[in-house]
Design a protein around this ligand. Structure first.
Ligand SMILES: [Zn+2]
Length: 346
């Protein structure tokens, strides 16, 4: 298996995060990548540095205005006479959320604070000095993985950080700034007619769903904890099936809180049937470890070994596969989860 990672990704070091009404220590620590790199090393996998593919692949799924905002927000923040340590919003827009609209209308405010509220969807995506370069490199890691599959590789792991699956076409949220999984899936369309995305992170892949919701060339499947009382709350329900040409091309499989490995496995088997029926030619797996029982923000109860079963099932689909790293915040556990996944996948 080939793997990609760029050292600039570890520069992103968020300082704050709002949880239950309190500003708390962030959960997406640079240490996460060190743990995952160590796991790769144990398997003899040496990650390659991705090529600088610029912002072009990101613009395949994100609006130019949003990408421009992310690129420049830190410099604009520094111009405020009084400011906190990171660019953070304090107001949020109302938007209808109509599923037949792939994107919101253009952002009307021209000032910084209005744009922060528009483009940053919650208080888990502060923008600090190195946020953009890490975000860019994380996306390029996913793009390099997709390019390897396009060149004939059968299995590639993209060690992305920051994660991506909560980023919508024009909005960052949930520790995610741009959607690495979606960017890679779009890139894969250059060589594959039908792409399937299977998201096994404990949180619904709401950004990925939104980006492809009206399309029939990318199947989006997400297995996650029931969002009725878990982030991202507003989407991830079973009745969200896609819209227009995309009708039937989105599958949400929420699990009850407290669900364990056998429930995850049953959901993956169901996902596998959908992926086969769809006629997918290539697979992108959005792999998070926050379904692990020790995750500090988790509500599912998977054991480390259960990630091996996930790897084995994914392998069983028999498709060229790009694994894109998403969440997982139990620093002591995530290296073992990747170990188990790689074992199972072999
Ligand atoms: Zn997650």
């Amino acid at each position: 298996m080939r793997a990609f990672y760029h050292p600039d990704q570890s520069l992103h070091d968020p300082q704050q995060y709002m949880r239950f009404g309190q500003i708390v220590a962030p959960k997406d620590l640079p240490e996460r990548t060190a743990q995952l790199l160590a796991a790769l090393d144990r398997h003899g996998v040496r990650p390659e540095q991705p090529a600088d593919s610029g912002v072009e692949p990101i613009l395949g799924v994100h609006s130019a205005e949003f990408v421009d905002f992310l690129q420049n927000v830190w410099q604009r923040w520094l111009e405020l006479p009084e400011r906190g340590p990171e660019a953070w919003p304090n107001t949020f827009p109302y938007w209808s959320g109509r599923t037949d609209e792939a994107m919101r209308p253009p952002c009307r405010p021209t000032g910084l604070m209005g744009q922060l509220g528009w483009y940053l969807g919650d208080l888990s995506v502060p923008v600090g000095e190195h946020c953009w370069i890490s975000t860019l490199r994380s996306a390029q890691t996913a793009v390099a993985g997709a390019d390897a599959l396009l060149a004939g590789e059968r299995a590639v792991y993209a060690l992305c950080r920051p994660s991506g699956h909560h980023a919508r076409a024009d909005r960052a949220s949930g520790f995610c700034y741009v959607n690495n999984t979606a960017i890679a899936a779009q890139r894969l369309r250059q060589g594959f007619g039908k792409v399937a995305i299977l998201d096994v992170d404990a949180h619904h892949g709401d950004g990925t769903q939104q980006i492809f919701y009206c399309r029939d060339d990318v199947l989006t499947v997400s297995i996650h904890a029931d969002p009725a009382n878990y982030y991202p709350f507003f989407t991830g329900y079973e009745d969200e099936r896609g819209n227009g040409p995309g009708e039937g091309c989105n599958l949400n499989l929420p699990l009850p809180h407290g669900a364990a490995g056998h429930e995850m496995n049953a959901a993956i088997d169901r996902a596998g049937r959908a992926i086969r029926e769809f006629g997918a030619e290539v697979l992108v797996v959005a792999l998070g470890y926050d379904a692990h029982k020790d995750d500090p923000i988790g509500v599912l109860k998977l054991e480390t070994a259960d990630f091996g079963a996930i790897g084995a099932r994914v392998k069983g689909f028999g498709l060229p596969t790009l694994v894109v790293q998403e969440g997982g915040y139990a620093i002591e556990a995530i290296g073992g989860c990747l170990d188990a996944f790689l074992e199972g996948f072999r």
